[in-house]
Design a binder for this molecule. Structure first.
Ligand code: GLN
Ligand code: ZN
Length: 759
């Protein structure tokens, strides 16, 4: 019988139960025992659900109260010295201090750095290591959760983050080599594996996703050393799990490691199957990642079946297991709870539970069960309905895409010529001041939006409320002397959702939550069809705000790449094609804003960098279409219209050419935290257009004074020419309160004045 296995399940709960209890615990409203009990029930419910959906091999230790990389660091006692006292006295408090920082009873600890888990929208905490670090087993979470599953009648396969990936995902605080710690770490893995064996685990899934990255010789050597050492241990059999891409040139390395099974991603790395079958030594098991663990679509089961049959024919059926491409962490739990999606679209989707069901169908088909036929036929019908749906395919969009040419992605004149016209039109002072768009989303603003959504607040009253908020915001900016104003974005819930809701081709779920980090979840829109813009989106608010003031009002849009990155995207066409469609819809919005008298328009692209492919070799192609899409959106306007963009991060060195190629007239970036360090990239490259290096870190409640901002701007002035410099905060102000914003922006305007006076 073909085995249906799973690599990991969403932890947060179909109703975000984990989020609720975590936040109650942090507020002091739930006890540690209540938190642990809810977590236990979630694990149990998820094992039941996976079993019922058809999985025979269920993951354990895939659950985490916050993050699985932090779990590993904590388990191996990789705890920085400052946190140790707390972690020893109260492990749970120590764990959450690492995750979120604490400021209480004289303890003041920052959170560990957080970063993206490969190219997903999940974020992990980066373990902090140092040379000569000791590791030991601090607790027995993997064993305890295995036994918990067993006690409930489930035969689980514990999941561990592998030692080499663990080190490669960590950083050292002293600049020493992470991999030098391997020999200290391996005995702890061996000890843990022995404990799992004693507990009765037959297999352990050992995740080494770093095997799909570009690796140097040192990493290769570390892999060989690690798995040779673990081969000596009394341990369960190991399934080495790789995902998020093909093994590529690391295939021989992976196939040569001393483990009993290999999992490969056949969704992103479909083409690798033949090579893997060739390379895999006997009698190793191959786990086929056939179903997309990162997206929400039903799978083309016939295609998956071809691959599975092919692999079974080559290796023998008993050496082949079926699995999702990666952990299902990245998709919502259960499509059955979506009651308001259009029926056809509903039929095209599969969430975590449904994906396991698809694997079960494949297994039945491989086993020759007659019942599989009906399910396969059903899946075929759904795919066919999607392929032919007028909701998905719109001839006018296809026509517009094929009419795109080089000129569609080019402003009328080069930057120097635009600059001259714009400065005539805008008449801004030196060091012009502006903000990034949003102003505080206060409780009343959120309540009004919720009230309007639930029908308690009429549309007319809601509009009137938003107009009043916008006017207050405009008056405030005039009063303190900002040069280029914004309307405040009070009408927006989220920078992607707001646009998606008003574009055709996007759908929204009720419960389609996925974990972003810790208790934070997002509900990404689903882009299912060709994108069109039935009506203008932001023009009404920008026009209203401009009518209140003589100063330039900046229009605010979310850029095409960011909309794409933060959504579930179509799997029936290239990402680049979907992105071009969004770009065209936004281009219409940009030209409509211009026609409505808006002379400055900002197209935010905070997600350009995070869209970078995992492999360096794939970067140029991605950057080419990402830049092109931005330019399509931005290039429909006359030279006098000033296009801004905004990016809220600080690593530009390796993509600076692409950022420059976007050819925005002005770019604002996050620089205050790094004390303008990242401006280096802009200097070495001699960035040609204007730049607003952020002078106010909006992620912190701390308010810098004028002197501090002047100092930062002087650093910027040392490396950029004065005519290039804008003065603005690091990012939008929506998470801040009005008192801080008032003080900080007033100080910011003073800083700009000080610079002008000194010129
Ligand atoms: N315009 C958005 C805002 O000000 C930009 C947010 C972002 O870059 N993430 O909130
Ligand atoms: Zn930002």
């Amino acid at each position: 019988m073909t085995l249906v296995t799973n690599l990991g399940f969403p932890r947060i709960g179909a109703r975000r139960e984990l989020k609720r209890v975590l936040e109650a615990y942090w507020r002091g409203e739930a006890s540690a025992a209540q938190l642990q009990e809810e977590a236990r029930q979630l694990r149990l419910r998820h094992w039941q659900l996976q079993r019922q959906a058809g999985a025979q091999v269920l993951p354990s230790n895939d659950f985490s109260l916050y993050d699985h990389v932090l779990d590993a660091a904590f388990l191996f006692d990789a705890i920085p010295a400052d946190y140790r006292r707390l972690a020893d006295a109260d492990p749970l408090a120590g764990y959450f201090a690492l995750a979120r920082g604490v400021q209480k009873d004289g303890v003041d600890l920052r959170a560990l750095e957080m970063t993206k888990w490969f190219d997903t929208n999940y974020h992990y905490l980066v373990p902090e290591l140092h040379a000569g670090q000791d590791f030991r087993l601090r607790d027995d979470k993997p064993v305890a959760e295995f036994l918990e599953a067993r006690a409930a009648g489930f035969d689980a396969r514990p999941v561990l983050l592998g030692p080499v990936s663990f080190l490669l995902l960590s950083k050292t605080v002293d600049g020493s080599d992470r991999l030098a710690l391997l020999d200290r770490l391996l005995p702890v893995y061996a000890e843990l594996l022995a404990k799992l064996k004693d507990a009765g685990a037959e297999w352990v899934q050992i995740d080494e996703p770093c095997l799909v990255l570009d690796l140097d010789e040192a990493a290769h050597a570390a892999y060989r050393r690690a798995y040779a050492a673990l081969a000596q241990a009394a341990r369960p059999k190991l399934l080495l799990a790789t995902y998020f891409g093909a093994l590529g040139e690391n295939l021989d390395l992976a196939a040569g490691l001393q483990v009993e099974g290999l999992h490969v991603d056949l969704v992103r790395g479909k083409e690798q199957l033949d090579a893997v079958l060739q390379a895999l030594p006997k009698p190793r098991v191959l786990s086929l990642g056939l179903i997309d663990g990162r997206n929400v679509w039903r799978s083309p089961l016939d295609n998956a079946l071809i691959l599975a049959r092919y692999a079974a024919g080559s290796l023998g059926a008993e050496r082949v297991w079926l699995a999702p491409s990666c952990s299902l962490l990245h998709v919502p739990v259960d499509l059955d709870s979506e009651k308001s999606l259009p029926a056809d679209l509903h039929g095209w989707l599969a969430f975590a539970k449904q994906k396991i069901g698809e694997l079960k169908v494949l297994a039945d088909a491989l086993d020759g069960e007659a019942s599989a036929e009906a399910a396969l036929a059903q899946s075929r019908r759904q795919l066919e309905s999607r392929r032919q749906s007028p909701r998905v395919h719109k001839p006018e969009v296809a026509a517009r895409l094929s009419a795109l040419d080089e000129a569609s992605a080019r402003r009328q004149s080069p930057y120097d010529a635009r600059r001259a016209v714009q400065s005539q039109a805008l008449r801004l002072p030196a060091y012009p001041t502006t903000t990034i768009g949003s102003f505080p989303q206060t409780q009343p603003v959120r309540e009004a939006r919720a009230g309007n959504k639930s029908g308690k607040l009429s549309d007319a009253d809601y509009e009137a409320f938003l107009e009043a908020e916008t006017e207050k915001c405009v008056r405030f900016q005039e009063e303190i002397g900002i040069d280029v104003l914004v309307h405040g974005e009070f009408e927006r819930n989220d920078m992607v959702e707001y646009f998606g809701e008003q574009l055709d081709g996007f759908a929204f779920t009720r419960q389609g939550w996925v974990q972003s980090y810790g208790s934070r979840c997002v509900k990404p829109p689903i882009i299912y069809g060709d994108v069109t813009r039935p009506a203008p989106i932001t023009v009404r608010w920008s026009r209203y705000a401009q009518s209140l003031t003589q100063r330039p009002m900046k229009g605010m849009l979310t850029g095409p790449v960011t909309v794409l990155q933060w959504s579930f995207v179509r799997d029936d066409q290239e990402r680049s094609r979907t992105c071009r469609q969004i770009a065209l819809a936004l281009r219409d919005e940009v030209t409509d804003l211009e026609a409505a008298g808006i002379g400055v328009i900002q197209i935010d692209e905070p997600a350009i960098r995070e869209g970078l492919p995992l492999r360096r070799a794939d970067w140029p192609a991605y950057l080419a279409w990402a830049v092109e899409c931005f330019r399509i959106a931005a290039s429909g306007v006359a030279d006098r219209t000033q296009i801004h963009t905004h990016m809220c991060y600080s690593e530009f060195n390796d993509i600076i050419d692409a950022v420059a190629a976007m050819d925005a007239d002005v770019i604002s970036i996050e620089t205050s935290r790094s004390r303008m360090e990242l401006l280096d990239a802009f200097v070495q490259f001699r960035y040609p257009n204007e730049i607003g290096p952020g002078v106010y870190d909006i992620h912190s409640p701390r308010v810098p004074d004028t002197g501090e901002m002047v100092e930062l701007l002087e650093k910027a002035r040392a490396v950029l020419s004065p005519e290039q410099i804008w003065v603005n905060p690091d990012c939008g102000l929506k998470t801040r309160g009005w008192p801080e914003v008032r003080t900080a922006l007033t100080a910011m305007v003073e800083a700009a004045k000080a610079l002008r006076a000194a010129a």
